[in-house]
Each structure stands twice: as C-alpha cells, then as structure tokens.
Design a protein around this ligand. Structure first.
Ligand SMILES: Cc1ncc(COP(=O)(O)O)c(C=O)c1O
Length: 360
C-alpha cells in the first residue's frame, strides 16, 4: 500500500533532512539557568519578524495562549473571544482551570467578529460583576476553515479595545498563512495587538514549539508563568533549531499549501453528497459537510482511509482536510479524485465495515 496522503492536520509533518541537519548542529545551553543560544536566536528573530520588543519560546500554542491570558488578566477577570476559537474550545477551559478567568464567547460569521458585536460587552465597574479585561482573536481561524480575518475588522476591534482599556491578544498559530494569503506583513498584523502567539509546528513544519511576542515587560512576566506551567526547557536549542529553520525557510512556500487546498476543495465541490462549509477556502484548510445519505462523517473518513486518504471528522457530519509541507500538487489532485470516487461508491451502498473514531 503506498504511503497515505495525510490531510488530518498541518501538524503531522516530519522534520526534513535539512531541518534535521540544523537541529544536529545547534549550539545549546541551559535555558532555565541562563540562556540557550539557539533559543535566544529564535526568540530574537521571531520578535523581529513580528515587530515586537521581545518573544519567548514555549513547547506549544496552548501554552503561549494560556500564558498570554495570565499576563493580561487576574483571577475574576473576563476575556472576550469568538465562540469557535481554539482558546475557548480546545484548551480544556485552561483559562478557568489555571488562571481563574471567565470567558465571553461571541458567535462570529465563519470565525469573523465585527466590532459592533462587542461594543456593549464591557461590563460596568460594579462589585457584582467580573472585570472585562481582554479581547482574543484568532488568525487564521481554525474552525472558520482557515479563514483570514479581514484586516480592517481586526484594526477596528483592536482600536476599540485599546480605547476602552482592554488588552488584545492574537492567537496567530497560523498567522504566517494569513501573511502568505494577503501579502500583509506579519509585523503589520501583529502591530494591532499587545501580544501575539505564533506556532512553528503547524504550517511551518517544525517538530515542536510556539512563541509569544510582545513588549519586553510582558514577556519578562511570561517567562515566570511559563516556568510555573512547566514550560521551562533546558537544552531546548535542539527543538528551537527546527523552529528557526522553519521560520527562515518555510514561510514563503505556504502559498503552495493554499493552492493545493483549492485542488482539494474542487474535489469536494465535484463529489456527490459533499458540500464545502464554508464555501470559501482562504488558506490551507478545507471543511465540508457530509450529506446524511452517505451516513455519518466517520463512515466517509473510514472509507477514505481504506483508499489511502487521511482526513479528520470534526463533527457528526463535518470533515476537515488540511494541506501542508509534505503535500504536493499531485497529492492534492489525487486526494480530490479519492473524495469524488469514495463519495460516489458510498452513495451506491458500498460502505466500510468500521467507522473511524470521531476526533471532535
Ligand atoms: C488556532 C490554534 N491555536 C492554538 C493551537 C494550539 O497549539 P498546540 O497544539 O501547539 O498546543 C492550535 C492547535 O491546533 C490552533 O489550531
């Protein structure tokens, strides 16, 4: 059986030989006692690209988001976010577990919030109420199928937040996809936010890590919180070298992933019983619905797996496919054909014996 085409996520990539060479050659030190030179270089370079004073390397995007919440808020504070975002849905309510925060999720349109939805949400200063402290946005938006937030809308929301005494944080796990899709530079996107997190282990293809960037004083505080969350890493230059390699070599090529996602989306459009939802594909993610005639999404996912295409069921009738570093244009075209053929076969009554375990 040939190697499957793995579109489950852009986190499935393996370090390339050149990246492994960079990892093997990396100078390292104890980054908890004082400094690891490769981590330091990665942090400096990330801050520079994002136009921020400083950045700090952490093991995961979840940790960068949670540390950001900690530095902006105190227990009993509330943050506003879009209701489909990662911080609200996929981090085990760590804002409550770890930091004693409340959340005010607001339903966006395919992940996109408008400032007019937020204007009335700042709670008055009153002993009965939580204190509204922070707005978090996500760009690109994962559950919004990789949607790029409209730049004007981001500027409006951040301006409104700052004028009203709120801090702003960007979950930019896939910010470089937004950069590749729009041509708007990372430091422009980042300039509207107090803090920004970016991931090296998604579209950029590094094995481990994320960074949080912002003003020096906040990043100094972030270092303390990273330690208490268990994220102080010793000779972390070993993994930071992969991240640094990814940052320097894999940003420009993200447009290829976006083009390949269009091929996959085209397969969904042609397939019987499948429907893009949302219809628009901005970057490297394709989310689609499975008509009930084909059975649950998990049935389709199992049938696709048997034919060498891996995707994720992210809801009872919802499937996600994500392109990345290891997916070529011909893989994407082949994936589209597998989608068309498999949906047609299931519609004719050919079903796999076992459904896949749903991942949502
Ligand atoms: C938008 C977004 N933010 C944060 C994260 C968390 O990243 P990690 O898996 O490194 O904790 C993810 C993971 O997929 C994500 O999609």
């Amino acid at each position: 059986m040939p190697t499957p085409i793995d579109l489950r996520s852009d986190t499935v990539t393996q370090p390339t030989p050149a990246m492994r060479e960079a990892i093997a050659a990396a100078p390292v030190g104890d980054d908890v006692i004082d400094v690891d030179p490769t981590v330091e270089q990665l942090e400096r370079r990330t801050a520079e690209i994002l136009g921020k004073e400083a950045a700090i390397y952490m093991p995961s995007g979840t940790m960068t988001n949670q540390v950001a919440l900690r530095i902006h808020c105190r227990p009993g504070d509330e943050f506003i976010c879009e209701s489909g975002c990662h911080i609200y849905n996929y981090e085990q309510a760590a804002y409550a577990q770890l930091s004693g925060l409340a959340v005010r999720p607001v339903q966006g349109d395919e992940g996109v919030l408008k400032v007019d939805q937020l204007r009335t949400l700042i709670r008055p200063d009153n002993d009965h109420l939580v204190r509204t402290r922070l707005v978090c946005l996500e760009n690109t938006h994962n559950r919004g199928a990789g949607r790029v937030l409209p730049h004007d809308g981001v500027v409006e929301i951040c301006q409104w937040a700052h004028e009203n005494g709120l801090a702003t944080h960007l979950d930019g796990a896939r910010l470089f996809n937004a950069v590749a899709a729009t041509g708007i530079a990372a430091d422009d996107w980042a300039s509207h936010f107090d803090t920004v997190s970016v991931c090296f282990s998604k579209g950029l293809g590094a094995p481990v890590g994320s960074a949080l960037a912002g003003p020096k004083d906040l990043i100094r505080q972030a270092r303390r919180h990273r330690k208490v969350f268990g994220g102080g890493m010793r000779q972390a230059g070993i993994i930071a070298a992969g991240a640094l390699y990814a940052l320097e070599h894999n940003r420009q090529r993200l447009t290829e992933d976006h083009q390949n996602a269009q091929f996959v989306a085209d397969g969904v459009r042609r397939a019987e019983g499948l429907r893009l939802d949302p219809e628009r594909v901005d970057t490297n993610m394709v989310i689609f619905r499975v008509d009930e005639r084909l059975g649950p999404a998990s049935t389709l996912v199992a049938a696709l797996k048997q034919r060498g295409l891996l995707v994720l069921a992210i809801g009872p009738d919802q499937v996600r496919a994500v392109t990345h570093l290891h997916i070529t244009a011909s893989d994407a075209a082949r994936a589209a054909e597998i989608l068309v053929e498999t949906a047609a076969d299931i519609a004719r009554g050919e079903r796999p014996a076992l459904a896949e375990e749903p991942a949502y």
